[in-house]
Each structure stands twice: as C-alpha cells, then as structure tokens.
Design a protein. Structure first.
Length: 600
C-alpha cells in the first residue's frame, strides 16, 4: 500500500502539467471575480454578474492556450527564470488583447460587461500566476541542499528518456534544456519534444550553448573514439566544462560517470574471436602470476567471463591480492588467492603439486623503467628468475599452455626492464617444452594500468599543473587494457608453441598530444602548462614492436608472429647464471642480447 502511495505521489511531467492547469484555472476564476469586486467597490450589481461564468470560460480558455504556446507548462520549475516570467507576461498581453478584439467584434455577447474588468484582471492574473510559479520554485529550492549549483545540461543521443530521467534524478543539479540528435536516422524528429525537452540538431549546438549558458553535457549513446573526440573538442571550445556519460551497470541500472581519456583512444577490436577464447578458457583451471596488477587483474576478470573452472592467483603484494579477491567475490568467481613470490621456486612448486593446472598466464614482472634501471639486480631476479621458475615448473607438471606477457620495450632494448623481457622471450622460445606449448605475447603501453602516464597526468591536472612530459617528440603505442587482455587470450588460444605474438597497437601517440587531450577533457578551462623534463634513464623516444619488420600475419589482422629466434638453451642458462652473479649485469645482458644499447 505504501509503495502504491509513493508511486502516486512521485512527481512526473504529466502530474506537473495537470497541477498547473488546475491551479491556473482556479486562480483565473478568483482573479476575474476579484476584478469584478474592485470594479464595483465590493458591491456587485447582479445584472452585471449574470454572464460571469461565460466570461470565466472565455478568459480562462484563451489564457490557457497562450500559456501553452509560451511554454508555461513545459518549463522545469526549479529552473524557472526571468525569461520564463517574460513569456508569462507576453501570454497575458496576447490573451487580453484578444479579449479586447473579441469585445468589439461581439459586443452583444459581452453585454452587460464592464470593460475596465479586462484591465484589472490583466494585472491581477499576471501577479497571481507569476506568484504561484515563483513560490513553486522557492519551495523546491528550499527542499534542496543550499549548496546546489544548477547546471543547464544538454543531452546527446535519444536513449530511452525514462532511463535518462532516472539518472538525472540522481543528480539534482543537472537541468536538461535540450536533446541533441547524434544519430543520422533521428534527424527527422528534430523540433519535436521528449517529455518536456525539445530536440535539436547538432548544427544548432553553438546557439544552444549560448542561449542556455550550458556548462554540462551528458552523452547517452556509445560513440566511436573519433566521433566522441570531435564532439568533446567542439563542446570544450564552446565552454562546456562538465562532460558525463550514461553507463549501463551489470545489475541493469544506469549511472552517470565522467568520460575517460581511454575512450578517446579506444579501438574496437576488428577481429576479436570470442568463440576461440571461450573454447580455450572454458572449464580450465588457470594460474595467473601477478594477478593483482593491472594486466593480471583484468586477465582474471576475462577468465571468469569466459568460464574458467578455477583461477589460481599468485601475487606478491598483499594489498593487490586483497583488492582483486574482493572484486572476484562480488562477481561470484571461483578462485584461490596465494600470497607468494614467484622467485621462490619451492614455494611455487607446492602450488603446482596442489592444483592440476591447465593454463598459465604469466604477467608478474617489474615494469617501471627508471626503477629497474636503478635496481638492475632486483629487476633481473624478478623478471628473469621468476619467469624461469614458472616455465620450468609448468613443463615439469605438464601444463598444456603457458602464455608469457612481454613488452615492446624488448625490441632493441635500451633499458634493463626491456632487456630482461627479451631474455625471457628467448627462454620461452628455446626451452625444451615436452608437451607444454609456451608462447609470448608482445604489446605496448596499456591505458588504465597503474604504470600508465594517465593517472599521473590526471593528478597533475587536478593540482593545476604543470604536466611533466620527458620530451616533445616522445611517442608510445597505446591499447585499452580490456582489448589487450582479450587479444592475449586469443593469441594463447591459437598458439602451437614457441611463437612470439605481436599485437597490432595501431598508430603511435605523441605523449604531448595525449597531455593536451587530457587537459581539454579534465581541465576546468584554465590554462595548464606542459613542462618538458628530459628523457629518463633507459628511456627511448620511440618504442618498437617489430625487428626489421620480420613478422608473419596470422588469420587475425590484430595479431602477428615475429620471426623465431634460435638460441642454444644450455648456453642461455649458463649466461643467465653469470648474469645473476655478475657485478656489472648490464655487460652480461649485452652478450646475451647484442642489440641491447645502454649508455653505461
């Protein structure tokens, strides 16, 4: 019963229109009667009163028509403004001008009728009807928090308006003043209304922003990265500061959230084979090393999505392991969280003894270039020894598929991090693997990862700058984290063993251009300085994915295979041991990887 009462009392557009139609009708009757009282000094002669109800019908009908024409019943009441009050005045002027004309055309209908009542009622009606609207706005404002700053908002896209309204109700400061069509198929309905909001074409955008002083926009449709980027550039150039989108949650509900820079650089994978991934993963027990990191945690979510039987998570960071465990519990995934270091081979052996593992995804590694450069021995131990332990134990226990995550920094490396990744690529391609299929997947920077420049730039913009970029010409390949992880699993599904897969990263992006895009997206309109600090230790201007373009295409355009690198495995193991014992490990790295270039 209480739910029914709440439903009946919940404000809707139709209820608001009905309320004001009834209220305006009652007030119009009262003001006309008041005009009669004032005209006759509160003693109305009954001969002038016999056609009073005819006058009520005439006055009220004409008034309601002009009130509707001047949008007095479609206005958002918490945003009722001086412009709306002017429209109310114009509606009254035309109403009573029409009555005067009708009086002289059909005088017999009016008589006996005192003409001065028209003027008196004009003033009474305008004051009373305006007063009702002002009181309504003041009442609504008094029920809202005192610090609410109303923001006229444009809505882009014709998603189901009930969804949009539910989202708008969650943020009372956003006042929808127009819907802008972004779909060519909907241009025919420009000029119409959805609920009480008018639909406009995109060409009217500059005029709309100026007319309503728009500072906020909500995008309801999924747009490709280029279209979204162009729209944001246009909105920002017009002075629209706050940009949001509607996102559908897993529970079927929508919510408002800020647009992220990742969406402006995103690509739709053109050849993602979800059937192959599902067949590869479904009902398998998968071990993921570094499962609490950015790549590892996303891989794990994809594994759950594609129906993994159980996920064994090996993670050295207690906090990261706790965090991914909480997320997986929410998703209802089957997983085993193991707090362990992959460099401890005997501890890792116990995991293989306890669980029959079908697939290994090895993501654990130190990836921060300057820190690895400053701590080469730690980087070598973690990145090389840890990976060797996983691969050797995987082969020993007959794991069918082992997928190693590599990096574009392994191509002609100029830093310790890239060199360690290249060593492990060689190890993976040359280890006697028995029945195990060991493959590596190489790709560039991942947007949304903890090591990405994006979080750093966000913090710098939030604090007012400057944004620090190492060099004006530095470029990097970028890929969305979920796209990269799906393609890693797809490469694993097609692997036969010893391949080095390379993901198509698209065109490289200048970091300074990324910084400018982020300033435009996240900035508040104030100018933010970009400061160049110089290349860091081991850092390249340009990253590469291929060596001498020696790649082979696969059946998927997004995935290539690099030329195989033959290396005597026993010699490689001896050199890795020398590397671990060397006082100057970089010299040994140069022997293993002739293309490794370092200033030391």
């Amino acid at each position: 019963m209480s739910k029914l009462i709440k439903t009946l009392l919940r404000p809707t557009f139709k209820k608001r229109v009905l309320f004001f139609l009834v209220a305006d009708t009652i007030l119009s009757i009262m003001t006309l009667y008041g005009a009669y009282l004032l005209r006759f000094n509160f003693h109305i002669n009954m001969e002038f009163f016999h056609n009073f109800w005819d006058m009520v019908l005439l006055f009220t009908s004409i008034k309601l028509v002009f009130m509707t024409i001047f949008s007095q019943y479609t206005v958002v009441w918490r945003f009722y403004s001086l412009k709306d009050a002017k429209r109310l005045l114009f509606a009254h002027i035309l109403t009573y001008a029409s009555i005067v004309i009708l009086y002289f055309l059909f005088k017999d209908f009016f008589l006996p009728f005192p003409r001065s009542v028209i003027i008196i009622d004009f003033f009474l009606s305008f004051v009373m009807l305006l007063g009702l609207r002002v009181l309504k706005r003041l009442f609504i404002k008094s029920t809202l928090p005192s610090d609410v700053d109303f923001k006229p908002t444009l809505i882009f896209g014709l998603k189901d308006y009930s969804t949009i309204k539910a989202v708008l109700d969650s943020d009372i400061s956003l006042i929808p003043v127009g819907i802008v069509v972004v779909e060519p198929e909907n241009l025919a309905i420009v000029g119409g209304h959805v609920d009480n909001i008018k639909i406009y074409s995109k060409e009217e955008l500059p005029e709309l922003v100026k007319k309503f002083d728009v500072k906020s926009a909500i995008i309801t449709k999924k747009l490709d990265a280029k279209t979204l980027s162009n729209l944001i550039d246009e909105l920002k150039s017009l002075g629209v500061i706050e940009l949001k989108k509607i996102k559908l949650l897993e529970d079927g509900k929508d919510r408002l959230e800020n647009i992220q820079i990742e969406e402006l650089l995103a690509r739709e994978p053109k050849d993602l084979d979800t059937n192959a991934i599902s067949k590869f993963i479904k009902d398998k027990r998968v071990l993921v090393t570094g499962g609490g990191g950015s790549i590892g945690s996303q891989i794990i979510k994809e594994l759950h999505h594609f129906g993994a039987k159980e996920i064994i998570i090996v993670e050295n960071s207690e906090f990261n392991l706790y965090k991914i465990s909480q997320e997986l519990e929410t998703l209802g995934a089957r997983f085993v969280p193991i707090l362990e270091n992959i460099c401890d081979k005997e501890a890792i052996r116990e995991i293989f003894e306890s669980y029959k593992i079908d697939i290994i995804i090895h993501t654990a590694a130190y990836k921060h270039v300057p820190l690895c450069e400053f701590n080469p021995k730690s980087a070598i131990k973690n990145n090389i020894v840890g990976a060797m332990n996983i691969f050797e134990l995987g082969v020993e226990f007959g794991v069918k598929k082992i997928v190693n995550i590599s990096s574009d920094k392994a191509v002609r490396p100029t830093n310790v991090m890239g060199a360690t990744k290249r060593v492990i690529e060689l190890f993976a391609q040359n280890i006697p693997s028995k029945d195990s299929e060991i493959v590596s997947v190489r790709f560039g920077n991942v947007l949304g990862s903890s090591g990405s420049v994006v979080p750093k730039f966000k913090e710098q913009i939030k604090s007012g700058g400057p944004i620090t970029v190492t060099h004006p010409e530095i470029t990097r390949y970028f890929m969305l984290i979920d796209e990269a992880c799906k393609l890693v699993l797809q490469a694993g599904a097609m692997a036969k063993g010893r391949e080095l897969f390379i993901l198509d990263m698209g065109e490289p992006v200048k970091i300074v251009d990324l910084a400018k895009k982020m300033i435009k997206l996240y900035g508040d309109g104030e100018e933010i300085e970009i400061k160049f600090t110089g290349l860091r230790a081991g850092e390249k201007l340009y990253e590469e994915l291929l060596i001498n373009d020696a790649e082979c295409k696969t059946k998927y355009d997004s995935i290539y295979i690099a030329k195989a690198s033959k290396y005597d495995f026993e010699r490689l193991k001896i050199e890795i041991q020398e590397l671990l014992e060397a006082k100057n490990p970089k010299e040994v790295l140069k022997r293993i990887i002739p293309e490794y270039q370092t200033k030391d």
